[in-house]
Structure formats: structure tokens, C-alpha cells
Design a protein around this ligand. Sequence first.
Ligand SMILES: Cc1ncc(C[n+]2csc(CCOP(=O)(O)OP(=O)(O)O)c2C)c(N)n1
Ligand code: SF4
Length: 526
Amino acid sequence: MKLLASGNEAVAFAARDCGVALGCGYPGTPSSEILDEFSKAGGCAEWAPNEKCALEVAIGAAYTGARALATMKHVGLNVAADPFFTIAYSGTPGGLVVISADDPGMASSQNEQDNRRYAVSAGVPMFEPSDSQECYDMLCAAFELSDKFRSPVLFRMTTRVCHSQCVIERRYADNPMAQKATCFTRDPKSNVMVPAFARLAHRRMRADLHKMAEINEQKQFVIEKNASTGLGIITSGISYQHVLDAVPEASVLKLGMTYPLPEKTIRDFAAKVKRCLIVEEGDPVLYEQIMAMGIAVENKLEEFRFGELNVGRIRKLVAGDDTPDAPGAPGKPPQLCIGCPHRKTFEVLRDLGCIVSGDIGCYTLGVMPPFCAIDSCVCMGASVTVGLGMRHTLPEAEARKVVSVIGDSTFLHTGINGIVEMVYNRPATGHVVIIVDNRITAMTGCQENPATGRKLDHTTPAYAVSLENIVKGIGVDNVDVIDTTVETEKFAEVLKKRLASNDCSVIIARRPCILAMAKMAKMGKN
Ligand SMILES: Cc1ncc(C[n+]2csc(CCOP(=O)(O)OP(=O)(O)O)c2C)c(N)n1
Ligand code: SF4
């Protein structure tokens, strides 16, 4: 079957065709469409409250022999890093693939960390597809490798690979693999990582990596083009596509499985060319590994560590030209939608001169004019705890102005822990947290979350977690629920009162996102 597919769609189809029993994830650009498409294709998919939960649920499924997929954006793997490192030791009887969708250039992220380092650091084999067909083929291969070695596999995509479309052949669509029969086999030596078992597991994992490197030498995941003997380029992922256009005369070694690397293949290639250059987006991950093998290769200039590569930049990279690129046409700065429920909340915070510890979501745009009402933003969930730190150390008059603002999905992701910290280590002036509850995960494309009352497909009803019950249960002194758009004055009065007291307070600013409402109305009509 041939069809036009983005990388994310191709991954979803491959997951369906190679018998994945469960896909778990947390939304995040550029990965979010994978589970939606997997669900539409008939797969069983769920949004977890955060990436750690998603990976752990996938691990549990893979313990029963099922094939399981965990999806997340690059920073999501920071949240899931704890189970990721240990499951690398123990592995699972069923295939387990972890998708990390990286965002070089930060089209929609707070940093451009290169998650290929996680594969090296955790000792987990890694694939890097460079187009949609490879997304399909390599996901199937990743599950085979995972099954064979009982090892999780890191599937590292980037924004262009996730979102670009090309024609793919869905090779196994007519004859998809059946989901594996599941059972639980007691095997504590493999599955319980107490030190005595983990020491053995670590040695087993390292030995398996050597065997996987041997498999990589068979060149199933390598594309080699022998042309110029003057210039050879070793590359991976989307950079490969740009290299073909930018330097057609060069010899190219394109690596699909980028950890563990095929040392002999690389050494032979490098020996054939006078100048062997590594072209990779982001960190010098290939470069460092290849240099450590004692193979003399050339790194890109530091300038090309930042942002995405493209044909023009690769021509400059090859020429050793690190002059800054001409700035692109200025885009329209992003802003909160007209009619957005977050608007009035930020107007009041601005007018009261609050110091706002912000978080990640649509509401981060409260930093932009005309609101200019966010003073810090680190990572998901940090608003509550960073605000508490400020409260502890600022002089009283300023401490009383500190407010933490967090969205509903972000609160459930990692904000709850902050509320526990707040009531346990209470600042002398108390604290005020505003949960801007627009009843959806808006920023990443309106995904459901555990408080919306609907499952991932937007139509199946689900238990709706109550935000007010959570914060009351943790022990917050005051909990107010206010629609700040229609009760703006009441909101300002309640906020002033809470700021003046030494209580720990939560105000839930509740009103649905207008885009999500339109989306739901449309779905209801379909
Ligand atoms: C660890 C991590 N996972 C995922 C993301 C992507 N992301 C950014 S904000 C957000 C959720 C926003 O939802 P919510 O808090 O409800 O705010 P809204 O956008 O609806 O205003 C997500 C999933 C991220 N930045 N970091
Ligand atoms: S998508 Fe929804 S939450 Fe985001 S800015 Fe628009 S109205 Fe506000």
C-alpha cells in the first residue's frame, strides 16, 4: 500500500502493522500526532499525565510480552529519564520503543537539547530516521531489535522528519503482525533492579551493545554513496537529505542506527577519502563517538551547533564559512487568541503588579504585550516551586506579590508535587497559585488530559479528575473557583485578599479554551 504520510503518521502506521498493543505518551510538539494517528488507525493509545507515567505504563505492558510504544518530545525524556536509565538494564520481554521527538532550532520548545546523548548515556540502542519511509521501516526494525535483545530502543526523530510528508510504502499493511499473546512470567533476576541483580544486568546490557554493533556492521541501516575521494561526509537523520542536495559530489555514509555505531564500516569509509567531515544537527554526538574510536574526522564549526541545518547552511559548513546567516523576514509575534480565557487573568496580575512565576502552555504568552505579566518560566511544573523559592527569600513586601500561574494539564503533569511542597514547607507569607484551567491541553493542539472527562479520541467518556479536590486533599487553606473573564472584579478582590494573608491558596481560573470548544462542537456535528 502506497500513501502520502508524515513521519509521525508513518510511525503510527508502523506501530499498527507490527502489532503494538499499547501506545502511551504525553503531548509535545513535534511528537503529538503519533498517538492520535495510531488511535485513528485502530491502535490502543492513551495520554498519560506525564512522560514518566507514559513510559512506566509502556514498561508494564512490555513486561507482559506485549509490544509497547512510549511517545514524547525531547524535554519529555528528562521527565521519563529515571525509568529510562533503569529499564536499559533490565529490559522487557516484549518490545519497547521510546520515541523522542527533538526540536533543533526550537520551533516550539524551551531548549534544543540533543537526545541522542540519552542513548549513549543510558546504553540504549538508537535509530534516527531521515524520512517517512525510514520512520515506517525503522520502527518495525526497532521492535525486532528490542524483542531480540530484550532492550528498549530509542527512536530519535526531529521536527522536519516528524512533520514532512513523502510517499511511503506501508509494506506490512496487508499482512500485519498479530499482537503477541501476553502472560506474566515471574523473573525477579531480570525485572527487579536491586543492586545484586542490577550489577549483572549492567554487564549483560554492555555485552549486548557489542552484539548490536556487530549487527549494525551488516549495513542494513547504512546507506553508502561512494563518489569523490576528496570529500566524504558521515551523517544521519534529516541532515542526510540536505547533504545530498548541498554537496552532490561528496561521498556519503549515512547511518540509520546511530548507537551503537558500526566502527569498521566508519573506519573503512573514512580511509577512502582525504577529508572526512561529520554533518549532524545539534551536538557533536557522532563526532565525539567516532573520534573516540581513533578515526580522524572533522567536526563542524561551532556556529552550526545551533538551530536546524538546511541546504544553504550545509554548503557553508562544508566551506568552513561561519558568517551569520541573513536574518529571515520577521514573523508576527505569537499572542493569546482574541477571546482567550487566560487574557483577563493576566490583565489583573499586571494591574496588581504581581511577580509571576510562570509555566509552559498557551498562557506563557502572558509574557507578551499588552500583558507583560510573566517573570519566569523554566520547565513544566516549575511555576509553583520556583514561586515558593522566591517567597522564601524575598523581603516580605515583595514576597507578598509572588504568584505562581500554571495550566490544568501542566498542573497534573508535575504541578501537584509543588502543591505538596507548598503546604509542607510553607513560606512565612504563604503563597498563591492560580491554575488557569481552560479544560484542555491547548498549546500542543488541544489534547485531552485527566481533568477533561474524555479519552484521547475526544469522544469516549473518562473519569474527570477534580483539580479542586486534589488541592483540598493536599491541604491547601483556600480554594476558589472563578471565571476571570466574566467575574474579573471578583477575581481581583479574591487575589488581593489571598496575597494579604499568610495562607496557602489556590485560585482555579476556569473557562474553556475557545479553540477547543470550536473543535468539540465540530466533532459533535460530524
Ligand atoms: C516535559 C514537557 N513535556 C511536554 C511539553 C510540551 N507542552 C508544553 S505546554 C504543554 C501543556 C499545556 O497545557 P496546559 O497546561 O493545560 O496549558 P494550555 O496550553 O492549555 O493553556 C505541553 C504538553 C513540554 N514543554 N515539556
Ligand atoms: S488556543 Fe485556547 S488557550 Fe490557547 S491562546 Fe487560544 S484560546 Fe487561549
